[in-house]
Write a protein that binds this ligand. Sequence first.
Ligand code: FE2
Ligand code: FE2
Length: 281
Amino acid sequence: MSTLRAKQLIRDNLNIPTLPAIVERISTLMADPEVGTAEVGEVVGQDAPLAAKVLRIANSAYYGLRERCLSTEQASSVLGLRVLKNVVTQASVIQQFEHLRGFAGFDIDQLWHHSILTATACAELAKHCTGRVLLDPEEFYVCGLLHDLGKVVMLDAMGESYLEAFLEAARSGERLHVVEERRFGFNHTDVGSLVATRWQLPVAAASAIQFHHGPRENVQQDPVVALVANANLLAHRVAEGRLEEAAATLDAETAGFLGLDPARVPEIVAAVKAAQGAIAV
Ligand SMILES: [Fe+2]
Ligand SMILES: [Fe+2]
């Protein structure tokens, strides 16, 4: 089915979530040169449950801060606004789907863990890719964070019938996006890219989400797509403890295409591995 037709089907059947209001508010504040770091932190602090989540993430081993942050104002000055915005995005997206925790048969925490690890892999790769990629590491982090969000949106909207697709893929060993496509006429990459568009992420981010499982031509033509697709593979392999295969994801051809010095691959894999045990969901 064509992507356009798939998107129409999604619009007719699913509710595409809106950008969390707090993330929109932060973006507006960040665009205003008069607004200071503490002020942005203060706004985040007004939502107590969100602030608690943000502080938990900021204080997790992942960020390796020397001193514990006790307030969101402090977190914003220690992490910087761009990182804080990603932490808030992460916390608020997870919070938005809190009700899916405990959905029998679907381990949503595992999906968040994978999403955050892919986000890390994206940002690590982006830090070392010079000149070939259009987005900065923080924007790539968001691509990784949201690349599989379509699964969550589909589970939320379709419940048991989505779970059946998920279980069928697990049973047969077929790729989940292939099973989704057969059963519903669209897959989580179509849904995820609609979310990215609705949230006004850069066009390159929406297309990276759309093509993170291929087709191959798209991955081979666009370094942004290639970076996210390879970060996804890297995160899977690191999570499964297949570190040599993780390093092999970034072979000479891929590295060349991304503008990545192959000598940097071991440290990228090591950084993703280090993040794996330090993620707070
Ligand atoms: Fe995926
Ligand atoms: Fe994934």
